[in-house]
Design a protein around this ligand. Structure first.
Ligand SMILES: NC(=O)c1ccc[n+]([C@@H]2O[C@H](COP(=O)([O-])OP(=O)(O)OC[C@H]3O[C@@H](n4cnc5c(N)ncnc54)[C@H](O)[C@@H]3O)[C@@H](O)[C@H]2O)c1
Length: 353
């Protein structure tokens, strides 16, 4: 196919460390333009990667008819509006999570994409991790065959740790001030809870999104119990996902590695995955299959695509799927559920429901 003509908005940390190098490495993608409101930063990044065009902001870039798709990584507060403006201008969009900070904002974005006939993908890289793909294929197979009996229980534990892993991809910086914008958070959220709401959702939206995908739950998810500490971050949330109890354990630890794992229990065994620290390149999640019952056997299958990085695979997926009829694996439409869930979690936490 002709290479996808791509623009990129926001030249900060994720852009330089992860996404711009990944997009540039794809043979079916041409990065033709960037936009950055911090002008000196934009110039430095343009020069470093020899990108033909530099725009002052996403509004200017949106007017460039040569660009058919745009990737966005700006702050939580700005990203949703930027993506919506680009979608309305007829560009396909890949954006970092969170897609939006309220259901209202997310719905407007999905409508903008539908009206313009373009597609939105949200960067939930865990769905593109080759280890998670392998885990999902085992879960599907066990559910269909009944080999391990019924699926009984699911948990995701995410205490985090060091996610940057000394990633040595060079990054240019300037002392220009970061732009700011009001947070379009839900009206019911008290001012003193905005920080913790954003903190919780920006971290655990990944875990909730992964669980929904592993269980193929779609929008069939309810928040049953929320038990978080006063910090609005540490604790547990119990969901019913596709009729199955799923627990999310949130918290933090000064771990030098990354403390996150997911376990899917069947009557006679489990599928267990350990997530790699996020920016550790070319390391997929580890997978363990336990066949209990008569077998009593543990295996650790290795994903066939050798030593891959979820962030690379997600942008490959974006570029490949732009011109296909199939939806993205982490589409804007699907992400509406995640946005609904973090509003529901916080409403229950604050005793509003
Ligand atoms: N998927 C992951 O694992 C992961 C990890 C870290 C961060 N993130 C997400 O990535 C996003 C970006 O994080 P970051 O650390 O790269 O931020 P950053 O602040 O380093 O970079 C954002 C850049 O966007 C620019 N910008 C803002 N508005 C703009 C506009 N209208 N036009 C052009 N440029 C604009 C800013 O000047 C800034 O340089 C966040 O939303 C965060 O949630 C995701």
């Amino acid at each position: 196919m002709d290479p996808v003509r791509l623009g990129y908005v926001g030249c900060g940390f994720m852009a330089q460390k992860v996404h711009i190098p990944n997009f540039i490495s794809l043979p079916n993608c041409e990065l033709l333009a960037i936009a950055e409101v911090r002008n000196q930063l934009g110039q430095k990044v343009q020069q470093k990667h020899q990108i033909p065009k530099l725009y002052q902001d996403h509004i200017e870039l949106a007017k460039d008819d040569e660009i058919e798709a745009v990737a966005v990584s700006a702050g939580f507060a700005m990203q949703g509006q930027i993506a919506k403006d680009l979608l309305s201008a007829g560009k396909h969009v890949f954006m970092e999570k969170p897609m939006a900070v309220s259901v209202k904002q997310a719905e407007e974005m999905v409508k903008a994409a539908e009206s313009a006939g373009v597609k939105l993908m949200v960067g939930y890289m865990k769905r593109y991790d080759a280890g998670n793909e392998l885990a999902r294929s085992y879960i599907d197979q066990f559910r269909q065959s009944g080999e391990l009996g019924a699926l009984t229980y699911v948990r995701n534990h995410g205490f985090g740790g060091d996610w940057v892993c000394n990633l040595d991809t060079p990054r240019v910086t300037t002392d220009e001030a970061q732009p700011s914008a009001p947070n379009p958070v839900p009206e019911w959220l008290p001012e003193n809870r905005v920080g913790s709401y954003l903190g919780y959702l920006q971290q655990y939206t990944h875990n909730i999104n992964l669980l929904r995908w592993l269980l193929d739950a779609g929008d069939d998810v309810k928040v049953k119990v929320v038990d978080l500490d006063d910090d609005g971050y540490s604790g547990i949330v119990i969901f019913e996902m596709a009729g199955i109890r799923a627990i999310l354990e949130s918290g933090s630890i000064s771990h030098y590695r990354w403390d996150e794992h997911t376990q899917i229990y069947f009557q006679h065994g489990w599928v267990h995955t350990w997530a790699p620290p996020l920016l550790l390149k070319n390391t997929p999640a580890e997978v363990e299959i336990y066949r209990a019952g008569d077998d009593q056997e543990v295996t650790q299958p290795i994903p066939k695509p050798s030593w891959t990085w979820a962030y690379h695979r997600e942008v490959e997926h974006f570029i490949q799927h732009i011109r296909m009829d199939e939806p993205f694996r982490s589409s804007g439409q699907d992400t509406l559920t995640d946005v609904r869930l973090y509003e529901e979690i916080y409403r229950q936490f604050l005793g509003l429901d």
